[in-house]
Design a protein around this ligand. Structure first.
Ligand code: HEC
Ligand code: HEC
Length: 202
């Protein structure tokens, strides 16, 4: 009888542990407290991470960990919003390699949803022409492709992209050398046109 009770207890504990494991782990829920449900951001300064390449997410985390990419302090937008603000470097440094791989797989498998935002229609064609000439090679399909492990530009939040570009141009973010050659010569007007072209894809 004692043995039976003991094995029942073991069985129950085992089942409970597995049930907890079957849910979304806390470290992934924490991502969504800023990046939005399923990684679809409703916050213009936070990028959507749903549907982007798992490799890109893993490489981005490596860049944060090894200080090859700056990060911006951010408050939590969902869940317990009284938590102290943090940034991607701190977040990346507290995760294990397995957790980073799991988070990357999780968000890569979610469908990308373009941000609903305003844009200047009169600049879209000009932006598309510049994109095709200088960016399409790596940011395929108008900037919506995840091949080449580049970020998705089409439908990404403009305020986030504007800030990301600033960090790429002033070299506080290490990126592909071939890309730097293409982007450092762009004028402010060309950047505006590109941003409006990306925002127009909804
Ligand atoms: C406190 C808010 C916050 C939390 C929590 C958070 N992020 Fe971020 N994340 C940001 C902000 C803001 C940016 C953009 C600015 C920057 O690069 O620092 C960002 C940038 C990123 C980028 C770069 C995207 C790109 O297009 O270059 C990835 C990938 C990312 N986060 C993944 C995650 C994952 C995965 C988690 C959970 C393990 C997570 N983030 C948790 C706020 C957060
Ligand atoms: C040689 C390939 C290549 C070319 C050409 C290129 N890119 Fe990139 N781009 C990349 C890669 C790879 C990344 C991801 C790199 C990283 O975060 O370290 C990236 C990232 C970016 C990001 C950051 C997005 C984010 O969410 O973090 C922006 C913005 C960007 N590219 C804009 C452009 C624009 C605009 C052009 C054309 C003027 C361009 N790129 C041309 C390869 C390229």
């Amino acid at each position: 009888m004692k043995i039976l009770r003991l094995s029942l207890l073991v069985l129950i504990t085992f089942t409970c542990n597995n049930l907890v494991k079957a849910g979304t782990p806390d470290f992934i829920i924490e991502c969504m407290d800023c990046h939005g449900k399923n990684g679809v951001s409703l916050e213009p300064d936070v990028p959507s991470i749903a549907g982007i390449s798992a490799n890109f997410i893993e490489e981005t985390f490596a860049a944060y960990i090894y200080d090859l990419r700056n990060s911006v302090e951010s408050k939590y937008r969902l869940g317990d919003t009284s938590r102290a603000p943090t940034d991607m470097k701190k977040i990346a440094k507290k995760l294990t390699e397995d957790q980073i791989i799991e988070a990357a797989k999780y968000f890569a498998a979610k469908p990308y949803v373009a941000a609903k935002q305003d844009f200047d229609k009169s600049l879209v064609d000009k932006g598309e022409k510049i994109h095709i000439r200088k960016c399409e090679k790596c940011h395929g399909n108008g900037g919506s492709s995840v091949e080449e492990d580049a970020a998705i530009l089409a439908g990404q939040w403009t305020p986030y992209l504007r800030n990301a570009i600033k960090h790429i141009v002033d070299s506080t973010r290490d990126v592909d050398m071939e890309m730097i050659k293409k982007v450092e010569k762009l004028s402010d007007e060309e950047w505006e046109a590109l941003l409006n072209f990306y925002a127009s894809q909804q």
